[in-house]
Design a protein around this ligand. Structure first.
Ligand SMILES: Cc1cc2nc3c(=O)[nH]c(=O)nc-3n(C[C@H](O)[C@H](O)[C@H](O)COP(=O)(O)OP(=O)(O)OC[C@H]3O[C@@H](n4cnc5c(N)ncnc54)[C@H](O)[C@@H]3O)c2cc1C
Length: 396
């Protein structure tokens, strides 16, 4: 197992880190006050700078305009550019588009690629992924009420989804719906591309999350599919293979989520240390002189380091052994790294005192938005149950 970072990769990471510090972090104050609305021009300008540096879409294959990085290198990229919430968008690799690009690249027909994949990779349109339902457990999505019934050359879709992230302003959704109700549960659903201007694709609302409903990219929509009719040619991959394709989307996707959390954790630890070193706490004494703060810093630093190594190990296994063989390690990082990140954010807020609660720093934004990391892509408990099942196999 070799985690050596090549010279070429290190140069790329240095360029990205410098860009994040100089060009993106200064834009955060406006983003924290008003969201991404009104910042489109500024963000497009930064995207163009990234393209000019030939750093656009690091995860995506070269044949569709990306950099074609291998998983371990792209994991390191996420650590660097996720130190700001603007990074992934500006570098052309934000969720849910990144996962959608991956499956479109693998499963789309030439016509689907032309219409949906090409403009998506180029950053000209956005997309969303619509699987979770209001009335059934997202943790066990084989329980699904949304149907796509064949009618001539079309599917007619009916269903009630929510937490379809970034649906507001997206050009199309990749929808999971039951097309083959008589098959075994894991073979019933298909992925279908639904342009969002199709009659019957109705956004009910952007769900308000911890006091923020938002607008545009950073939102989570409730959607009613009401007799929504799309051509059968819009099915993605073989009919009935929805869950097989969803699994493919999740493996490498979790590496990127988890390295994004490592990036966020590092940023928060950095802020914690700076604040502790500067904040007077008694005459001639700064907060960093207190042993409890030193303990927090040491614990956070070692847990972030462990997180990073665990993610790189899982990425190495996916790259060298395969996704299927890495299931346990992927589950490990999903709950371990999310919980480390939440602990680091919480401690960073504590060290900042009242300032940590304000929107004058990024910490309260992270506290609010990143709590979901322990729920989406499978909650902690589901992953822990899966890990325990695998371990106990040898004992029961
Ligand atoms: C910010 C955010 C963004 C999201 N984006 C998307 C998106 O773009 N597209 C999309 O389709 N979905 C999205 N989701 C939905 C997400 O995937 C689901 O919320 C997740 O799968 C959990 O499903 P649920 O909310 O229905 O919870 P449930 O399945 O109802 O589970 C509730 C709780 O039960 C417990 N639990 C679950 N399984 C087990 C188990 N095996 N053992 C013990 N306890 C268990 C856990 O504590 C869990 O939190 C998003 C969610 C959030 C919060």
């Amino acid at each position: 197992m070799d985690f050596t970072v090549s010279e070429k990769t290190q140069i790329m990471l240095d360029m990205m880190n410098e860009f994040v510090d100089k060009e993106l972090i200064p834009l955060e104050a406006e983003y924290l006050s008003n969201g991404s609305e009104g910042m489109e021009d500024a963000l497009r300008e930064k995207q163009q700078m990234v393209r000019d540096m030939e750093l656009w879409a690091p995860l995506h294959p070269k044949d569709i305009g990306g950099m074609g990085l291998k998983l371990m290198d792209s994991a390191l990229v996420f650590e660097a550019i996720a130190r700001t919430p603007l990074g992934l968008f500006v570098f052309g690799c934000q969720a849910p588009d990144a996962g959608n690009i991956e499956i479109l690249h693998e499963y789309a027909t030439p016509e689907q690629k032309e219409k949906f994949l090409v403009p998506l990779v180029a950053g000209k349109i956005r997309s969303c992924f619509s699987m979770t339902e209001v009335d059934l457990p997202g943790s066990n999505p084989v329980m699904m009420d949304t149907t796509a019934v064949k009618d001539g050359d079309d599917y007619v879709i009916n269903g009630h989804k929510w937490f379809t992230s970034a649906a507001d302003g997206a050009a199309f959704a990749i929808l999971m719906a039951v097309t083959n109700p008589d098959e075994a549960p894991h073979k019933q659903a298909s992925m279908i591309i639904v342009p969002t201007d199709t009659p019957g694709f109705n956004i009910v609302r952007n769900v308000s999350m911890m006091g923020h409903a938002g607008k545009g990219y950073g939102t989570h929509a409730e959607i009613l599919y009401q007799s929504c009719r799309v051509p059968r040619a819009n099915v993605l991959g073989p009919e009935g293979d929805g869950f097989v394709i969803a699994q493919k989307r999740l493996g490498p996707g979790r590496i990127h989520h988890c390295m994004r959390w490592v990036g966020i954790s590092k940023r928060c630890l950095d802020m914690m240390c700076k604040r502790a070193a500067e904040r007077p706490i008694a005459p001639g004494e700064v907060l960093a002189s207190k042993q409890i703060i030193q303990m927090w810093i040491a614990e956070c630093a070692s847990e972030i380091h462990a997180s990073k190594l665990m993610v790189l190990h899982a990425a190495w296994m996916i790259q060298n052994v395969g996704v299927k063989e890495t299931r346990k390690e992927i589950a490990f990082i999903k709950y371990y790294v999310a919980n480390v990140m939440m602990k680091v954010i919480d401690r960073a807020i504590q060290v900042h005192g009242a300032l940590g609660m304000t929107d004058d720093t990024i910490l309260s934004f992270y506290y609010r938005t990143e709590r979901a990391s322990r729920i989406y892509d499978g909650p902690d408990e589901a992953h822990k149950a899966a890990v325990a099942r695998r371990i106990l196999r040898d004992y029961l």
